[in-house]
Design a protein around this ligand. Structure first.
Ligand code: AMP
Length: 430
């Protein structure tokens, strides 16, 4: 064992798990394409100021969870991205994507970094996939984003997820509500926990999604943002719900859902899984019309997005038994060479199989035939292809199905054709 261990809050993903990650990512890519979302890849770090402005300095992320450093002694501070939205918006604005009033539909898959206390389902490096619909904000746009997310979940076979949804109104409505909320909590100041006391001053809406039971009891009697919304905001929300209904997407309205970040307005949503423990949120998102202005844009770029945590998604899939049935990346064939003087011919045979798009492995260490068979089983090959003196002289090869032990002997051409037919059922990447 090495004297080094992985950094606290990070983890390695070995090949058995990579197969699962690749499967989820390919489902994400397929569905993104169905909705017309195209992939964006942005840097892993950005200027710290971007996140301060974009996420909001009163949030936990900016307040205490960012990995920030200074690459040059006199340079500006940079931060490992703790979320994607601010970076995606920065990239889109930097490229002037909106000069012609265009709509852009982008999706991403990537790693994020937050200095949180590691626990089950909460890491310091984790991954998300998500989508951002930029340049238009309408109930239809919100419905598109939510549908894409929910369709990915259902294609993966996930069941029993709960979509909670709320409306946060516009800036003016929220600021009237904020004042009402502060006034309502003040008499209970001594009952509040430390986090809520801090939030009361800076970001009282966040008190609403506190997990502390005492606070939750208080919150039950607190004013509701819903009662501060104007007719237009209410209609906007109703229309989002209408679209979800039309698409058979089940939801629960939850007036306490505010989400952690400052930039949301109107619709906000979150998806939870009862299969997860305390960290039960798989993903969430909402509309964020004010972000572009906050980042210095001279024009409005209304937007909606979602982000889903890959690790928590995979944990949920595992608990629902959805990972066992995934196609594997095991080779279709293991070439078994029966005598040492045929090793070079074996190498050539393996090469021919690969040229025909058939995955093939062969022993590279001069092992005995018995050890080669053990290896074929260990790597979970479907077939063993034998190469011995008879095969070499007749040009007919024996192919053994390692699951059923059935054996056939055919010419190489016939074997290639036989294997190509099976490859389609077997290969993960075909
Ligand atoms: P957020 O950007 O905080 O809204 O998070 C969106 C999703 O990312 C969550 O629902 C989680 O699935 C996932 N997530 C957030 N923080 C972490 C973390 N520290 N470790 C693992 N997953 C996370």
């Amino acid at each position: 064992m090495s004297q080094f261990q992985s950094v606290k809050g990070t983890r390695d993903i070995f090949p058995e798990e990579s197969v699962q990650w690749n499967h989820v990512e390919s489902v994400v890519r397929t569905h993104a394409a169905l909705y017309g979302f195209r992939e964006i890849r942005i840097p892993v770090f950005e200027y710290t100021e971007l996140f301060r402005r974009g996420i909001g300095s009163t949030t936990d992320i900016v307040g205490k969870e960012m990995f920030s450093f200074q690459p040059d002694p006199k340079g500006r501070s940079v931060t490992l991205r703790p979320e994607m939205t601010a970076g995606v918006m920065r990239a889109a604005l930097q490229k002037n994507l909106f000069s012609s009033g265009m709509v852009h539909k982008l999706f991403y898959i990537g790693e994020l970094f937050r200095k949180e206390r590691p626990q089950a389902g909460r890491q310091r490096q984790f991954s998300q996939f998500g989508a951002e619909l930029l340049g238009v904000s309408s109930p239809a746009a919100v419905a598109e984003v939510i549908s894409l997310m929910m369709q990915v979940f259902s294609s993966l076979g996930l069941k029993g997820l709960r979509l909670r949804i709320n409306t946060l109104g516009d800036g003016e409505e929220r600021s009237r509500f904020r004042e009402a909320l502060q006034a309502w909590f003040v008499p209970f100041y001594d009952t509040l926990d430390e986090a809520s006391k801090e939030r009361l001053e800076k970001n009282p809406l966040r008190i609403l999604d506190s997990k502390n039971p005492t606070i939750q009891e208080l919150v039950a009697g607190a004013p509701r943002l819903y009662d501060y919304l104007k007719e237009t905001s209410l209609q906007d929300f109703e229309k989002v719900l209408f679209y979800l209904g039309e698409r058979d997407i089940a939801y629960d309205i939850d007036h306490r859902l505010v989400r952690g970040l400052d930039y949301y307005c109107h619709t906000a949503f979150e998806v939870t899984s009862s299969e997860l423990g305390a960290q039960d949120a798989i993903g969430g998102g909402g509309r964020y019309d004010a972000l572009a202005r906050e980042l210095g844009s001279s024009m409005d770029v209304p937007a909606t997005g979602f982000a889903v945590g890959m690790e928590r998604l995979l944990i949920t899939m595992e608990r629902q038994g959805l990972l066992a049935a995934l196609p594997s990346d095991a080779p279709l064939v293991y070439v078994v060479v029966q005598q040492p003087d045929l090793v070079d011919n074996g190498m050539q045979l393996a090469w021919q199989l690969r040229q025909a798009d058939i995955s093939a492995e062969i022993d590279l260490a001069g092992k005995s035939m018995k050890a080669q068979m053990r290896e074929a089983n260990r790597v979970n090959a479907s077939y063993a292809l034998f190469l011995g003196a008879t095969e070499y002289s007749t040009g007919c090869y024996s192919l053994k199905n390692l699951a059923t032990s059935e054996q056939i002997t055919l010419t190489l051409d016939a074997i290639l054709q036989f294997l190509q037919e099976r490859r389609a059922q077997k290969s993960l990447y075909s």
